[in-house]
Design a protein around this ligand. Structure first.
Ligand SMILES: Cc1ncc(COP(=O)(O)O)c(C=O)c1O
Length: 463
């Protein structure tokens, strides 16, 4: 399928050493002026984007297999999204849906209601970021149930505002020196099929991991009648692109139903067609009570949505709102994005994703550094290990592979301690994916052979 928005470029083009002179100048200013809390893996300074191509400030053209952290679902600057933004920006940029009405709020809500992964009727609450959607879910769960406790998972990433951070349990630096966090959160193990105890059968292991909540937490720590919600990513994103087994999610649903607990699915990274279905949770057949959506929904404009079964969203005026949430321009981008995903990009994500997985499924057998490959659609993780037997994480080698791929013109990002994520825009073609995989395989071999020497910027920029 030739996606309509694609740039003509059929391979990365590197015109300067990396980083080029303009990039160096901007990075120097960035180091003086911008918060040092950001984590940059390599010195890409973007100027413009089109389809899967990002051009930097020195005229180098990269293939973007990170999609700006799984955000530019329709590719960079898809003409239909750009046109929708321009049209809306010329009519009404802002009015604040918290205090006034405008038609875009209900238009997108109705559209989302048609594709939500649970039966309607639904209600939506608008925000600007993934963390805000999660904050809304956290607060609404407490408000609706009048219960305090929330269960989240080891390895989870739900954002960095205080409430969302309290649910996040991904990297200790994200929490260091911010305590005390919001009380009432309990973290429990998330299933990792690759690292499950030897001899355990996958489905039983997945069920037992969920049952820890009933068998242990509800007996020792949290009375189930005081538990408001369980929040889970259907595919852990920042934690390492780890799909939750269906049996695990089904067991969570059973536990929630039994104890009157709400099941919140965080689809901020996995949603909006990325896995070949609208929502990753759909692969399991589980219907959640609430779903948090952001990243890919508006192709790069800031927008997030909390969608719930209508009767859950029963808070009174003043309970929760955001000045910018549901901005008309962002909603216009979202409506155009949904059109494109529905028409071509979701099916393309499935086809190209299957192609990628078929091409790399034997990497763990063929490449000494690769321990596991996994994923759905265009949300694919490649996990690196120093030793296949002990599965000792090869985090440093993962970082080197990401750096080397950048030097060869492909943008990847890491996730978890030792995994690389493959999450290009959903309009990527099979030839583009093949080219990126050729480069990636070559990088893995070079780093594996010990012949790779970090570039000088590697020490400066590394996360
Ligand atoms: C699953 C998940 N939830 C929430 C967030 C937070 O989103 P944001 O950075 O937009 O606040 C992220 C960001 O990576 C995420 O992957």
């Amino acid at each position: 399928m030739p996606p309509s928005a694609l740039a003509a470029t059929d391979s990365p083009i590197l015109r300067t050493q990396l980083p080029g002179p303009n990039a160096r100048r901007i990075i120097a200013a960035d180091e003086r002026l911008i918060s040092p809390s950001y984590t940059r893996s390599y010195p890409l300074v973007a100027q413009r984007g089109r389809g899967i191509v990002v051009e930097d400030v020195d005229g180098n053209e990269f293939f973007d297999f990170s999609a700006g952290i799984a955000v530019t679902s329709t590719g960079h600057c898809h003409p239909e999204v750009v046109a929708a933004i321009q049209k809306q920006a010329a009519e009404l940029i802002h009015m604040s849906g918290t205090d006034f009405y405008y038609p875009q709020l209900t238009e997108l809500a109705a559209r989302l209601s048609r594709i939500a992964p649970m039966p309607g009727p639904h209600r939506v609450h608008y925000g600007n970021s993934g963390a805000e959607a999660v904050e809304a879910a956290f607060k609404l769960a407490r408000y609706h149930t009048k219960r305090q406790h929330i269960i989240a998972f080891h390895g989870a990433f739900h954002g960095r505002t205080m409430g969302a951070l309290s649910l996040t349990c991904s990297k200790v630096q994200q929490r260091r020196r911010f305590a005390p966090l919001v009380p009432g959160v309990v973290h429990v193990p998330y299933p990792n099929l690759y690292r499950r105890p030897a001899g355990t059968e996958p489905e039983q292991y997945a069920r037992d991991t969920a049952r820890y909540i009933e068998d242990w937490v509800f007996r020792t720590e949290v009375p189930p009648e005081e538990c408001a919600a369980i929040i889970v990513e259907a595919i852990q994103g920042e934690g390492g692109y780890l799909p939750a087994p269906s049996a695990f999610l089904q067991e969570l649903r059973r536990i929630c139903d039994k104890h009157g607990i709400l099941l919140i699915i965080d689809e901020v990274q996995s949603g909006m067609g990325r896995t070949g279905k609208w929502w990753a949770i759909e692969h399991s057949g589980v219907a959640p009570d609430m779903i948090a959506v952001a990243k890919g929904i508006a192709s790069g404009l800031p927008l997030s949505v909390l969608i719930t079964r209508a009767e859950i969203m029963d808070w009174l005026p003043g309970s929760h709102a955001s000045t910018f949430g549901g901005n008309p321009v962002a909603i216009a981008a979202a409506l155009a994005t949904i059109d494109i995903i529905e028409r071509e990009a979701m099916q393309n994500a499935k086809e190209v994703g299957d192609h990628i997985l078929n091409r790399i499924y034997d990497w763990p057998q063929r490449l000494p550094l690769v321990g596991d490959v996994r994923g759905k659609g265009l949300m694919i993780g490649v996990e690196f290990v120093a030793d296949k037997h002990t599965k000792a994480p090869a985090g440093e080698q993962r970082d080197h592979i990401v750096e080397l791929a950048f030097e060869k013109g492909i943008l990847f990002l890491g996730c978890g301690p030792n995994t690389l994520r493959i999450c290009p825009p959903l309009i990527v073609t099979i030839p583009q994916a093949d080219l990126a995989l050729d480069v990636l395989e070559d990088c893995i071999k070079r780093v594996g052979s010990g012949k790779y020497h970090r570039p000088s910027w590697g020490e400066e920029v590394g996360s």
